[in-house]
Design a binder for this molecule. Structure first.
Ligand SMILES: O=P(O)(O)OC[C@H]1O[C@H](OP(=O)(O)OP(=O)(O)O)[C@H](O)[C@@H]1O
Ligand SMILES: Nc1nc2[nH]cnc2c(=O)[nH]1
Length: 180
C-alpha cells in the first residue's frame, strides 16, 4: 500500500482494512457473547469514532441502541478543574447497560473527565471499547474493557482519525512515517 500525505506529513500503512475489520468483528462478537439476552446502549464519541462505530454496529447481534456525542472540554474554576460537557446525550442512562465506543485512548484524559458524568446517572453497567490504545502514553488510568489494538506512541490517521482535520476518509489506519 502506498504512503499517503495529509497536509505536509507522510504516513505509512499500519493497520489494513482487512486487519481492522477482522479485529472489529472480534470485538463485536465479544459484546454479543457478554451481553447475550440484554439490550446495550452504545455511546460513540465524535468525531473520530464515526467510522469505527458504523462498522462495529453491523457486526452486533444483541439488541443495540446508539447515540453519538461530542465532548467539549474547557477549564472550569479552580475548584472544578477541567470540565467536560457532552453535547447530544439526551437519554437517561439510569439502569441501562452502557458501552462507550472510542476510536483511540491516548493519555486517558478525555474519558477520565467524562466517565464520572456517566456514572452519576447510575447506569446498570458501564464498559469501554477502544479500537486503539496508546498504552505507553497513559497519564490517567481508564478501565478499558475491550481493546482492539495496543499501539506505540506514533501519530496515526485514517479510519475516522484526523491530522488537523484531514485524513479521516481512509479505510485503513496509517502511521506517521519516519523522515527520509
Ligand atoms: O486519551 P486522550 O489523550 O484524551 O485522547 C483521546 C481522544 O482524542 C481523540 O479525540 P480528538 O480530541 O482528537 O477529537 P476528534 O475525535 O474530534 O478528532 C479521540 O477520539 C479521543 O476522544
Ligand atoms: N488522529 C489522531 N488523534 C489522536 N488523538 C490522540 N492520539 C491521536 C493520534 O495518534 N492520532
Amino acid at each position: 500500500m502506498p504512503d499517503i500525505t495529509v497536509h505536509d506529513k507522510r504516513f505509512s500503512i499500519y493497520l489494513s482494512e482487512e486487519v481492522l475489520q477482522k479485529r472489529i468483528k472480534e470485538l463485536a462478537d465479544a459484546i454479543n457473547k457478554d451481553y447475550a439476552g440484554k439490550k446495550v446502549y452504545f455511546i460513540a464519541i465524535l468525531n473520530g469514532s464515526f467510522m469505527f462505530a458504523a462498522d462495529f454496529f453491523k457486526y452486533l447481534t444483541v439488541d443495540s441502541e446508539i447515540c453519538f456525542i461530542k465532548l467539549v472540554s474547557y477549564k472550569g474554576t479552580k475548584s472544578t478543574g477541567n470540565v467536560t460537557t457532552a453535547i447530544g446525550l439526551e437519554d437517561d442512562l439510569h439502569g441501562k447497560d452502557v458501552v462507550i465506543l472510542e476510536d483511540i485512548i491516548d493519555t486517558g484524559k478525555t474519558l477520565h473527565y467524562f466517565l464520572p458524568q456517566l456514572q452519576h446517572q447510575q447506569p446498570h453497567s458501564l464498559k469501554i471499547v477502544a479500537l486503539l490504545h496508546k498504552a505507553e502514553m497513559t497519564q490517567y488510568e481508564v478501565p478499558i474493557d475491550y481493546t482492539g489494538f495496543v499501539i506505540p506512541n506514533k501519530f496515526v490517521v485514517g479510519y475516522g482519525l484526523d491530522y488537523d482535520g484531514l485524513g479521516r476518509n481512509h479505510g485503513a489506519i496509517y502511521q506517521l512515517a519516519d523522515p527520509e
